[in-house]
Design a protein around this ligand. Structure first.
Ligand code: UDX
Length: 449
């Protein structure tokens, strides 16, 4: 079976290389010539553990190719997957479908024999139907059900764990009204039958909604535990034990109950906003999700003020060492990372920063833009290591739980901080225990300081 994947971004690359690993012939198409040239040499534009070797293996086995030419790939394919971006549309929070529509128009031109056009991109409910209409408008001679069908097949990949999530998913969702298309997609996922992956077969509408509902529910779960953490901080409760205490109830489940500085990333913020807009467009409301969005945005700023207030109370100097700026470990992705809200707010309030992140130790202009803060590069020093970052700081803040922050030499850190006042250590990912942090004024999320 031959597959074309349109869009060699995060989802396209991971899906493409994994389908090639399953044994299918995959062509990834992207308009970005530099990206395609690099990929053909095995150079991966994103950081994702395991992806480089999977891509190299696919290329070597001649099952994975990269091209800027859509025509030949689509003509030869049984399945064409749309995996282009659906960013938040400026101004209204709705998913911007420009790239999806453009890709569909181009695909339509080259549909040859029966082809299943699949949306892998996260798209609002009703988009699969729109895609079918676009194809029919461009190629009126094509008959839906005979020449082509459209299906929704959302991905649930987490950055940093995407290969494993693809190879061992909790479920696969296939949304189509066509038995023929459903059979083709079931064939694609046959390699997962061995590990008994549940397949949820449904309509395109339900499938499209499942993706948004899953992300919104997880964002809600995280925000719930973050609010419980706020309550623990006021009352003397302990959030980690609380999370365990509720998570052991199988109806609740222990995952995504880790309190932190607020969720970030390319999906939760974008998809919660889009879901809220979809609901409004259809004359209903996802008011719970509206509150999650508001609370999560506020929370990031609240974290900055927690640091500022703690520095004032402890009477330490205003130099803050930030450890970790990506929205989570094992990714170089800064999109909607809490650091992007916290760092400018700290700078605005007169703090001096030294920042260390395993993937950003050099610092770059890109970071200045990312922080959306012109003065950030003057006021932020990009350190070469955690120990380099903490030198002469009054306060250390862990923003991302990179593994290399889990066993820091606290004696060395205390010495390097070189302050007569007791320095502050703010652990926003709860990776240390208060009993091991006696040399600092230690703050955790969800525990009274
Ligand atoms: C998410 C979904 O998990 C995935 O299924 C979907 O396809 C894309 O969006 P991702 O954004 O890569 O994946 O990361 P995830 O591990 O879900 O974390 C998202 C954010 O939530 C991070 O900022 C993380 O730090 C935060 N988080 C996660 C918490 O604060 N607490 C938790 O318990 C879990």
């Amino acid at each position: 079976m031959k597959i074309t994947i349109v869009g060699a971004g995060y989802v396209g690359l991971v899906s493409g290389s994994c389908f090639a690993e399953f044994g299918f012939e995959v062509t990834c198409v992207d308009k970005d010539t530099a990206k395609i040239d690099a990929l053909n040499q095995g150079i991966i534009p994103i950081y994702e553990p395991g992806l480089d070797s999977l891509v190299s293996q696919g290329i070597k086995a001649k099952r994975l190719t990269f091209t800027t030419q859509l025509s030949d790939a689509v003509k030869a394919s049984d399945v064409v997957m749309i995996a282009v971006g659906t960013p938040t549309r400026r101004g209204d929070g709705y998913a911007d479908l420009t790239y999806v529509y453009k890709a569909t128009e181009e695909i339509a031109e080259f549909i040859n024999d029966y082809t299943v056009v699949v949306t892998k991109s996260t798209v609002p409910v009703g988009t699969s139907r729109e895609i079918a209409e676009i194809i029919k408008k461009i190629r009126p001679e094509l008959i839906e059900g005979v020449s082509f069908n459209v299906a929704s097949n959302p991905e649930f990949l987490r950055e940093g764990a995407a290969i494993n999530d693809f190879m061992r998913p909790d479920r696969v969702v296939i949304g189509t009204n066509s038995t023929k298309a459903s059979e083709v997609l079931q064939k694609l996922y046959r390699p997962l039958y061995l590990i008994e992956t549940p397949i949820v077969s449904t309509t395109p509408e339900t499938s499209e909604l499942i993706k948004y509902a899953a992300n919104a529910f997880l964002a809600l779960k995280i925000s719930f535990i973050n609010q419980m953490a706020d309550l623990c901080e006021k009352t003397g409760g302990d959030i980690q034990t609380l999370a365990k205490g509720i998570g052991l109830d199988k109806r609740i489940g222990g995952k995504f109950l880790h309190a932190g500085p607020g969720y970030g990333g390319s999906c939760f913020p974008k998809d919660t906003l889009a879901l809220s807009q979809i609901a409004e467009q259809h004359g209903t409301k996802c008011s719970l999700i509206d509150e999650v969005i508001r609370y999560n945005d506020d929370r990031k700023l609240l974290m900055a003020h927690k640091i500022i207030d703690a520095i004032k109370t402890a009477g330490v100097n205003k130099k803050v060492a930030i450890l970790g700026i990506t929205f989570k470990p094992n990714t170089d992705d800064l999109r909607e990372a809490p650091s992007l809200a916290i760092i400018p707010e700290l700078l605005k309030n007169g703090m001096t920063l030294s920042v260390y992140d395993p993937l950003y130790y050099c610092g770059s202009e890109r970071l200045g833009h990312a922080f959306n803060c012109e003065r950030s590069l003057e006021q932020v020093r990009f350190a070469k290591s955690s120990y380099d970052a903490v030198a002469d700081a009054g306060c250390v803040v862990i923003l991302t739980e990179w593994n290399e922050f889990r066993a820091l030499d606290m004696k060395k850190i205390r010495e390097l901080m070189n302050t007569s006042a007791i320095p502050l250590f703010m652990d926003f990912r709860n990776i240390y225990q208060a009993k091991d942090m006696t040399e600092f004024k230690y703050h955790r999320i969800g525990q009274k300081a």
